[in-house]
Design a protein around this ligand. Sequence first.
Ligand code: FAD
Ligand code: SIN
Length: 534
Amino acid sequence: MQQQFDYDVLVIGSGAAGLSLALQLPLDKRVAIISKRELSAGSSSRAQGGIAAVLDPTDDIQNHIQDTIEAGAKLGNNKAIRFTIENAKQSIDWLIGQQVPFTPDNDDPTGYHLTQEGGHSHRRIIHAADRTGWAVSETLLQRATEAKNISLLTHKVAVDLITNAKTDLPGNRCIGAYIMDQQTGHIDSYSAQAVVLATGGASKVYLYTSNSDGSSGDGIAMAWRAGCRIANMEFNQFHPTCLYHPKAKSFLISEAVRGEGGKLRLANGDAFMQRFDDRLELAPRDIVARAIDHEMKRSGDDCVYLDISHRGKDFIVEHFPTIYERCLTYGIDISQDPIPVVPAAHYTCGGIMTNEHGLTDIEGLYAIGETAFTGLHGANRLASNSLLECFVYAQSAARHITTTWPAEICRPVIKSWDTSKVTDSDEDVILSHNWDELRRFMWDYVGIVRTNKRLKRAQHRVDLLLGEINEFYSNYRVTSDLVELRNLALVASLIIASAQQRKESRGLHYTLDYPNTASVPRNTILTPHNYHWV
Ligand code: FAD
Ligand code: SIN
């Protein structure tokens, strides 16, 4: 039996963004946080390096702003950058208030150890050893569990948003979402005064990724289907250093390893970053990932190597306990041996267009965290600016929801999900086949180096897949695999369409057909019925 559940605020996603927003809402609001897997299954709990913020008195907000603009290849929105960075300290103070156990350092004037990452002109990354995300997630989950107004609901998959367009009510407003309960298979309706997409990124669209399986761009796809604009999807960030080992699935070797002196080397031991950028290993990610890709293609080797062994075992174990332990399980002692590494899809810089309050084009619908496009990252995200964006915009959105709360709210009766025309599928092999095919051609044709021809090929493939998947969706009962594949294919088509529109190379979008950077930076904004440049 399908049911309707009514809440004040529905938060889809239990990562850093969703949890911190929910915790900053007034206690008289009934909040549901839903996650399609376990509560800590997203990217947040995997974050290693830390959170960027100007905390050191010798650093300056203007430096962080400048570094963000430079890393973003001058495409970032100055207003969004300033807003985020000016609010960074306040967000860190809030996290400290929630008792996140950041690594202390009595010799540092801030009382905390600040590490360094690529593209930053100062040490400004506050962290909890090399498991910052885990420390933040565990702490915020604990607080959310204690909060009497918050219900934490797992294994529930948001399938689509519900807007007034699907009811007799006037206006363009989001009033809830259809959510599949993975235990019963039922698709229930959830109504809410405010709906928050905090669904993370879409890096699973690529064959090799540092992300967990759930990064299928569900929020971006749902928002697009509901009528929101989506921006800058061509800028998918590839992290330069993921562990290369047949048994290691998506394990990241933090950029902080390079920040603390790690050197990139070829198989013969030669360093190579001096041939690509004066900042060497600490150049922004797009440059380092492209340099590694170039060297791997040139040499025919399967990986390059990251060597931190000269820092000695005590330092390594203190600063990188997780990486040390994990590599050891694969027989690599990083205090003695270089680490085999390759680039992998890591972060979705584009997303659902929002304003400073996380508000999308649809009233009552907010998007925060990696799923959102705020304008902060430009053409390439600066390391450790992502968690920061989650916290700053979570706070801003929570404030906006609270201050615009109406005196009276109406609880619409939502039409049940229609299952009258579908049957159970007897051919799930189509899903797994399409899933593999999609991720492989995205890697091969829409990866670190692009061309018009490769993009055209990818567009042709994705169009065919979309047709097949949509037919499957119309005829068969919805499953979580089908939801993810449908979203992944849609997001892939948005990435390809955006990449085809950009007739230049900038930041993470590098194409052999247009190797130069245009003099005027422009965002790629796609609207559901028509694509255009602004
Ligand atoms: P996530 O944490 O990914 O959470 C998404 C949530 O949405 C999950 O709960 C998921 O289950 C849920 N969800 C998704 N779709 C649905 C659906 N259809 N229905 C229901 N629920 C759904 N950034 C930094 O700033 N510093 C770092 O050190 C850093 N290290 C990183 C290391 C790794 C290995 C990775 C992968 C990323 C790292 N990043 C880092 C990036 C950063 O962690 C992420 O951008 C950030 O955590 C995203 O948070 P989020 O809350 O937006 O999404
Ligand atoms: C890392 O630790 O290298 C990840 C940092 C980030 O993605 O910002």
